[in-house]
Design a protein around this ligand. Structure first.
Ligand SMILES: C[S@@+](CC[C@H](N)C(=O)[O-])C[C@H]1O[C@@H](n2cnc3c(N)ncnc32)[C@H](O)[C@@H]1O
Length: 311
């Protein structure tokens, strides 16, 4: 093929694809193929299965022979696809870039012919602790979720009937009539007309003021300032549910602070602690109730109340 012919073929390729009758599918045709014009309420699964099939047919029509068939067996998972899936579903993948990655308690690892638990992280105990602590609130309570962008917690609480505000400068892509996103740092949040009944701070405050999130790299102990500010934002007698990394020896780096007993007491100064648990990681997949061993990190789970006038 001459250079001119090669260029012509290259330029013609996208055009041919657009004009290809196999690709020219209007919304009506898609509806017709889904059969949805006859179905008053097709189930979501019907739609997704049909869309998946249509997508595969189209790709096959365009010459993509290598799309795994629906229901394809795990034994067909090869190393390149596994590596792609690990990246694509992880904290740097497409969903994360679109603000739709929610740190799963059990991330999985794909490899050739297998999928394994990668680890069990602290969310496995933090999330149930928060839900348990908030179970005493009668709906609709006003709940502030501090640093909750990367989480479905606010959406769950909103769906349970609470009036939820997520305060986090990063994008929050989940929506619900009971959910508001204040796209700012906690120290920038204007005082609300009515104070919150409860604040949730789940694995968030240990990052405040540090470099990792690039939001406020001052390390001016914004964690201490945050807990003091929350005492103003939460109504007297209102609830704080706090989870932070915990170890027998405190430490700090660009990513997070790890609190020891003294550091936790300093963080909670002015709050009346009601319940305070430690959960330690014993190996990659296991967390157990109790103070973590000296060489390992764990998590502190705390409920406290904001002081009342007489307390
Ligand atoms: C580890 S993530 C939080 C995890 C989340 N709460 C969960 O349940 O998985 C820490 C969050 O804190 C947010 N953040 C950092 N500094 C903040 C600040 N000063 N005020 C509010 N949010 C902040 C970050 O944008 C990030 O989304």
């Amino acid at each position: 093929m001459t250079a001119g012919a090669r260029l012509k073929a290259l330029l013609g390729w996208p055009l041919r694809r657009v004009l290809d009758p196999r690709v020219r599918m209007t919304v009506h045709e898609i509806d017709a193929r889904l059969g949805s014009e006859n179905l008053a309420r097709p189930t979501l699964h019907d739609r997704l299965d049909d869309l998946d099939r249509i997508g595969r047919d189209m790709l096959a029509g365009l010459g993509w022979r290598d799309v795994p068939a629906p229901g394809g067996g795990l034994e067909q998972l090869d190393a390149p696809r596994a590596a792609y899936l690990n990246w694509a579903t992880g904290p740097d993948g497409y969903a994360a870039q679109a603000g739709l990655w929610f740190n799963p308690p059990v991330p999985v690892h794909h490899e050739a012919g297998a999928v394994q638990p990668l680890l069990v992280n602290e969310r496995i105990v933090e999330q149930p602790f928060v839900f348990g602590a908030l179970a005493e609130l009668t709906q609709p309570a006003r709940v502030l979720d501090v640093g909750g962008s990367e989480s479905t917690l606010g959406l769950s609480l909103a769906t349970l009937g609470h009036d939820v505000t997520v305060v986090d400068p990063r994008a929050h892509r989940l929506a619900h009539p009971n959910l508001t996103h204040a796209a700012c740092r906690l120290d920038e949040l204007p005082a609300p007309a009515q104070r919150f009944d409860a604040a949730v701070v789940l694995s968030a405050v240990e990052h405040f003021g540090l470099e990792h999130y690039g939001l406020d790299a001052t390390d001016a102990r914004l964690d201490l300032a945050a807990l003091a500010r929350l005492r103003e934002l939460v109504a007297p007698g209102g609830l704080l549910v706090l989870t932070v990394p915990f170890a027998q020896d405190a430490s700090v780096d660009d990513f997070q602070r790890v609190y020891d007993e003294a550091g936790l007491a300093e963080l909670l100064r002015g709050w009346q602690v009601r319940r305070s648990l430690r959960v330690g990681r014993t190996d990659r997949l296991t967390w157990e109730l109790g103070v973590p061993s000296r060489e390992r990190h764990g998590v502190a789970l705390v409920t406290a109340t904001s002081p009342t006038a007489g307390s």
